[in-house]
Each structure stands twice: as structure tokens, then as C-alpha cells.
Design a binder for this molecule. Structure first.
Ligand SMILES: Nc1ncnc2c1ncn2[C@@H]1O[C@H](COP(=O)(O)OP(=O)(O)OP(=O)(O)O)[C@@H](O)[C@H]1O
Length: 292
């Protein structure tokens, strides 16, 4: 028998008055998988995550998280889940260590407090009051609080907003170690490199609808991922998409010799593919005065 999905979302809808914030989204996340929910501002990502976390009621559709409907789930269920909400920005008079220790006591099998503080790079600030931390440091406290309970399933809503590049790399390491332990992770992020680094699969949501879903290296389909060869010659600039860029480069060398300039082979990144998808779903109108 196949194991039931850790997260199952079927035809999820959420309306605010006449406005469809989420309009018929379906996806599953298997145990141990890291799934990224990607999409532009206002696409419906946080609404979806908050419904899965049990913080928001849905208008219709079926949702189970760790086999339970979040709308009716109790404390035991909550203890199996970790969350880094989009806008918590922990503040307060207590120190980092006090706050992390306090949260640790709420869970049956918490992680080690000092190790967790170290994993988010806050050892030197462990004795500092949270209100005296910078924005990015407070965000790291959010991450520590999200993982301290050793969750089976971790929701990360734009977890690295405000992180400096070094902290982001540290966070990636932390997530990789959680993955190795078998944690299931649902991540939203506007950093496409982060999604590509950490996720097994992704769903792209725009205007409340899922416009693509698949393995991170398959999102957008093969055409969108076909490498581009760009070069300059006496006739000007050229670009050609090909699945065999090395063969094209060899032909160009043979045909043009020294006349071949500024040759580059570009493999579309997840960000390139994502931007094409989102643009195709809702084209951005040209600014006034711009050519159409
Ligand atoms: N309480 C609410 N009442 C009315 N509309 C809401 C409410 N909460 C969210 N919305 C609308 O629902 C849509 C989806 O919002 P949501 O926060 O889920 O987007 P998001 O994809 O998380 O965006 P971002 O990347 O900016 O965080 C937005 O248009 C938002 O304005």
C-alpha cells in the first residue's frame, strides 16, 4: 500500500467577498519531500499555507495535513508541525535563549536549544533581548522557533526575508539537515535560487490558480529549459535555442573562425523559467509610451 501524502489539497477555494484569492488549487506533498509554492505577490500562497496551518478557514475543497483536516485539528496535531509565518518578526523583552527554551518546553521531543540557536547563527546573540536584534536576526529567531519542536512537517513562509547572503547559506544547510532527518517541508519564497537549491518539486501559483507543478528541474517543460546560444558576427547579434549547444558552437567556430565574437551558452535558470510562466499567465501591460 502506498503511504498517504503528508499534505493533500484538492480543489481548494478561498473567497473574500466576491474576490477569489485561491480558486481550485490541488497538490500533494509526500513524506520527506520539500515542495516550493512559488508565485508573484498576491498569488494566494500565504492564504493556502495559512489554510494548511489551520489559521484560516477555506471556502471549499478537501485538505488533509498529516492525515487530519486542519480546520478541526487539535493540540497533538499542532505539536507535530513547525511554522515560520510570513509576518511574525518576534519581538519582546526576553532573550533569544529564553524564548527558544520556552518554545522547547511546549513540545514532547524538542531539539537541543543551544544547537538550534547555533544552527540559525545566533550563538553570539543568545543572551540578547529579542527587541535589540536586527530585522534579519529576528527572522532567524522565527526559524529557530519553527524547528525547535522537531516537526514532522515544516511550513516556511518566506523564511529568509531580510537574511544576509551568509545567513541564507546557513539556513540552506539547516534545511538540508532537516531534509536528511526526513522532515517534510512546504516552502514559499521569492528567491528562486533558494527554491532551486532546496526543493524536490514546486508548484507555481498565479491569480489563485496553479499554473504548473512538477519536479524542480522540470517546471516549465523542456522547451522552456532549452539552452540558448548567443553570438555576434559581421551580420550582428544572433540567438538560437538548441538541445545540443556544443554541436552548434563547433559549427559556428568552423564557419566563422575569428569572426565569431561574444559567444555564450545560457541555460535558463528556474527564475527565467518562472518569469516566462508567470508572464504568460498574466502578461504585464507595457508602460505608456513603451512599444507594445
Ligand atoms: N483577509 C483578507 N481579505 C481580503 N482579501 C485578502 C485577505 N487576505 C488576503 N487577501 C487577498 O488575497 C490575495 C492572495 O493573498 P496572499 O497573501 O495569499 O498572497 P501571496 O501569494 O502570499 O503574496 P505575497 O507574495 O505578497 O506574500 C491577495 O490579493 C490579497 O490581497
Amino acid at each position: 500500500m502506498t503511504e498517504p501524502a503528508h499534505v493533500s489539497v484538492r480543489d481548494l477555494r478561498k473567497t473574500y467577498g466576491a474576490f477569489d484569492a485561491v480558486s481550485g488549487v490541488s497538490f500533494e506533498i509526500q513524506r520527506g519531500e520539500t515542495f516550493a509554492l512559488l508565485g508573484p505577490n498576491g498569488a494566494g500562497k500565504s492564504t493556502t499555507i495559512e489554510i494548511l496551518e489551520g489559521y484560516r478557514d477555506r471556502t471549499s475543497g478537501d485538505v488533509t495535513v498529516l492525515g487530519v483536516d486542519p480546520q478541526t485539528a487539535g493540540r497533538d496535531w499542532r505539536a507535530r508541525i513547525g511554522m515560520v509565518l510570513q509576518s511574525s518578526g518576534e519581538s519582546g523583552n526576553v532573550t533569544v535563549r529564553e524564548q527558544v527554551s520556552h518554545f522547547a518546553r511546549l513540545y514532547p521531543h524538542p531539539r537541543d536549544v543551544e544547537e538550534t540557536i547555533a544552527a540559525v547563527g545566533l550563538t553570539e546573540k543568545a543572551g540578547t533581548r529579542i527587541k535589540a536584534l536586527s530585522g534579519g536576526q529576528r527572522r532567524r529567531v522565527d526559524v529557530a522557533l519553527g524547528v525547535i519542536g522537531r516537526p514532522e512537517l515544516l511550513f516556511l513562509d518566506e523564511p529568509t526575508t531580510g537574511f544576509d547572503p551568509e545567513a541564507r547559506r546557513g539556513f540552506w544547510e539547516l534545511i538540508r539537515s532537516l531534509k536528511r532527518e526526513g522532515t517534510t517541508i512546504l516552502l514559499t519564497t521569492h528567491y528562486l535560487d533558494e527554491a532551486a537549491q532546496l526543493s524536490d518539486r514546486a508548484g507555481v501559483i498565479a491569480g489563485g490558480s496553479l499554473i504548473d507543478i512538477g519536479r524542480i528541474d522540470e517546471i516549465g517543460g523542456q522547451d522552456a529549459r532549452t539552452p540558448m546560444v548567443r553570438w555576434l558576427d559581421a551580420d550582428g547579434a544572433h540567438v538560437e535555442r538548441t538541445l545540443e549547444p556544443a554541436a552548434l558552437v563547433a559549427r559556428l567556430h568552423a564557419a566563422l573562425g575569428d569572426g565569431l565574437r561574444d559567444l555564450e551558452v545560457v541555460r535558463p535558470s528556474l527564475e527565467d523559467v518562472y518569469l516566462d510562466l508567470v508572464q504568460a499567465a498574466a502578461p504585464v501591460p507595457a508602460l505608456e509610451g513603451e512599444p507594445a
